[in-house]
Design a protein. Structure first.
Length: 325
């Protein structure tokens, strides 16, 4: 099976090398298990030598992308820094991605490599994952793509994508298992000390309300929520705060922030709760009351829905102070 790892102009070295190393290591384990190696791995790019990490590294490609007529799987890592600059620097590659997929190649984007993949138009009407911090930007730029918020791996019609940063390893493990076997994927996860079972990046996400929408009245409400999240807040109160009818307010708020008012309040409260768990010795009940909840079950359910962890699991994992017993 031919695996082609695209080396984008000014790509992220920490995202480019893992796939190359993992599939080659999978071949080594297959040999140890008495099986035949199944992967032929190569670097491909627009040039023979491609700079990475803003010029800090240079990677020598095995073939130019224009010479790749067929490959079984093309992996698209993220670019370094500004996404628009990354797209411009790699614009020449976009038609080749599309052509390869039309010729039967599977495509896989890692982290914000999803921006390069989305430029092909192949994701329109399909699902996709990307780094949680770039989801709002991605949705705004590619409204025809359905972003799976919090997902680690998304697969749709032989097009794969991963969530942010280390989530790319989860997609690589998934692809190793899909195209070889489970035993090899498990060995790869052990060799590189990876969590093969993780399926959500929600626990790592930091909520930053969408505020570049250009609606000053809605931003006024957002600021109010973020200052008064521990108060009892109703949708009616928020609509009255800016002298707007409830239905109009709810529509404009959702259009501007991609959240309903209730969802936004929940996200702000849970973000505050996360910070309390990370930096204080407060127990779950104290934090619950501090962020405006009075129902333990409701707080626990919403916290888990947003972060993927229970409050206690989150505190034990991320607390900066000594854990309570």
């Amino acid at each position: 099976m031919q695996i082609s790892v695209f080396v984008p102009q000014y790509g992220v070295i920490e995202a480019i090398t893992p796939a190359f190393r993992s599939f080659n290591t999978a071949n080594e384990f297959l040999t140890v298990f008495g099986k035949k190696p199944v992967f032929k791995v190569e670097y491909v790019g627009l040039n023979d030598y491609v700079p990475a990490n803003n010029g800090e590294y240079t990677i020598k490609t095995d073939r130019l992308l224009k010479d790749v007529i067929n490959t079984d799987l093309l992996i698209i890592p993220p670019t370094f820094g500004d996404t628009e600059a990354g797209i411009r620097a790699n614009a020449e590659a976009i038609p080749y991605f599309k052509k390869l997929h039309l010729n039967g190649s599977s495509l896989a984007s890692l982290c914000i490599g999803a921006f390069l993949l989305a430029e092909t138009g192949l994701l329109n009407g399909r699902k996709c994952s990307t780094h949680w911090a770039y989801i709002s930007e991605f949705k705004e730029k590619y409204p025809l793509v359905e972003v799976e918020d919090g997902a680690i791996i998304t697969e749709h019609d032989n097009i794969y994508s991963s969530g942010g940063a280390s989530s790319l390893w989860n997609l690589i493990l998934y692809l190793v298992e899909k195209f070889s076997d489970r035993e090899t994927a498990v060995m790869i996860s052990k060799y590189f000390a990876l969590d093969i079972g993780r399926d959500s990046q929600s626990q790592f996400a930091i909520f930053r309300g969408q505020k570049n929408h250009g609606d000053p009245e809605i931003q006024k409400v957002q600021d109010h929520i973020e200052m008064k999240y521990d108060d009892k807040i109703t949708v009616e109160d928020l609509a009255n705060f800016i002298n707007m009818g409830r239905r109009t307010f709810e529509r404009r708020f959702k259009d501007a922030t991609n959240n309903t008012p209730i969802e936004y309040i929940q996200r702000v409260r849970i973000e505050a709760a996360k910070k309390f768990f990370e930096a204080s010795r407060k127990n779950v009940s104290e934090v619950m009351y501090d962020v405006g909840y009075t129902d333990t079950k409701a707080f626990r359910d919403i916290f888990r829905k947003i972060t993927g962890l229970t409050p206690i699991e989150y505190r034990n994992k991320f607390a900066k102070v000594a854990k309570e017993v």
